[in-house]
Design a protein around this ligand. Sequence first.
Ligand SMILES: Nc1ncnc2c1ncn2[C@@H]1O[C@H](COP(=O)(O)OP(=O)(O)OP(=O)(O)O)[C@@H](O)[C@H]1O
Length: 607
Amino acid sequence: MARNRFNSGTSPEQELNKAKINKQTIKTASGLLSYLRPYRWKFVLGLVFLLLSSLTGLAFPALLGAMIDVAKGESPRWFIPDSINAIGVVSFVILFFQSFVSFFRIRLFVEVAEKTIADIRRNTYFKLITLPMDFFASRRVGELNSRLSADLSQIQDTITTTLAEMVRQIILLVGGITFLIIVSPKLTLFNLAILPVLVLSAVLFGKKIRKISRQAQDRLADSNIVVEETLHGISSVKAFANEAYEANRYDKSLREVVKIALKGATLRGGFASFIIFCLFGAIVAVIWFGSLLVADGSITIGSLTTYIIYSMFVGAAMGTFPELYANVQKALGATERIIEILNENNEPVSINAADNVSKSLLKGNLTFKKVRFSYTSRKEITVLHDVSFEAKAGQRIALVGPSGAGKSTIASLILRFYEPTEGEILFDGKPSNLYPLTDIRNQIAIVPQDVLLFGGSIRENIAYGKLTASQDEIIAAAKQANAHNFIMALPEGYETLVGERGIKLSGGQRQRIAIARALLKDPAILILDEATSSLDSESERLVQEALEVLMKNRTSIIIAHRLSTVREADSILVLEKGSVVESGSHTELLKNENGLYKYLSNLQFEA
Ligand SMILES: Nc1ncnc2c1ncn2[C@@H]1O[C@H](COP(=O)(O)OP(=O)(O)OP(=O)(O)O)[C@@H](O)[C@H]1O
């Protein structure tokens, strides 16, 4: 195990945190046992096969020893046949039986593990995507992703391999020692005397090696961060002509990796030669002492052979325990992390599409009544102070104000990503929490500042607004959104792939796809988060035209960064530090010479 980690040339295996094995962790982990339930009979059958194959494995040393004894004219123990051929045939029958049960054992365990893990993975993913936004604020995507991949793979490994190995090795260990005592108590006593020395040194060396291997891994991760940073920001590296600086930084960090890896190698080398000496020393000593016993007639040559093979079984079993134990610890750690997600409270959103169909239609009246709000991650800061406003169905309300004033937070509250700390939000005069969550989200569309396109085709990306849309509906929406022409100019039209594996669309094109998506959704309420980076004038015109079509006959909440776009709004709310400091139409607000709106508008005008 340590070997992989020291080899800095290969990618480091993902190091999972281990959990202590105690009552508490085992209790937590057993929470996942219910997932084994549907496959329990296959699992039990697999266990039976495992027991059979391990037990039959114990027969071979006795049979081989007996064969040698019979060859030398001695009679074997009562339960073993007394002709060489008969023993040979029995050995092959047992071998065949063992191969047969091993096949089914592996087949069954893998099937149970695959199906169980797929169930857990599916449920964890369902849980993840229905968790409230607060949950995601405090976690990184990479960490959650690794729970779905690395943590679950660890649990899978444990069900398929570790568990089976553990049962097998325990049988071989206990069975092996029992047979050793039966074959020769004297030799066994002699062997057991060497054991404590071996175990103690293995534990001490092992601890030190693990510590250094962890350091080596950390250093390697540090050096990988350098690569990641430079590749992500390659344009900055080049623009500053800092290739030499980065090369030096990476080189320095690699030297550290090698230094620690070599320290570990010295230790490992020392440990390996010590163990080799002890192992072979033990074998030589046993054969030596055993030969003396054969010479004085205490045991037969066959029994000595049997003894040597059993002691190899026992030695190998002992050798595998530390790794198996570490694997179980890792699996328990992984289980705890998975259970943590599964125990979170999710939003009332079903993963069954039919359950999410809107039960009541919104007209589009929206009211904020003294809404006060703080994010749970930063409870001490009140982001919105008693925000009140009303948008009648079909009206356009613009939110303006400096960065951090709380505009996006209002949008999140409308979408019910969070609930107000105080006050309430009403849809058509009815408090928002009286509607099913999906009724509200189904009837609100957002055109965000930075449009995220999924890695599929343009057609799929537009259809994200209405998954059941026909090709004609998609094309009609794209036409209204001024997107049809540029899409048709692409070689594969609507089937063109976008995102990492496809083409990269310009900001204006992405916005128009988002508008087409929103048009398909046909929402009662629309939230527009105006892009801060300005588009060129032609692109701006196309987007603006498309937005006009989209806003028609819908309540629109526009988060505006450029005051030029809010002139037409029915009402403008000027926000500052979470409070509405002014509101009214463009002309009304401009009349207030000392107002924030007038000030912001002067600033933009001067710019
Ligand atoms: N998820 C969050 N957790 C904690 N605080 C947040 C979170 N999102 C925003 N905030 C804080 O809430 C305040 C309002 O942020 P918000 O994004 O609503 O402002 P904004 O007016 O939309 O700003 P901008 O124009 O820059 O987008 C800011 O102080 C911000 O730091």
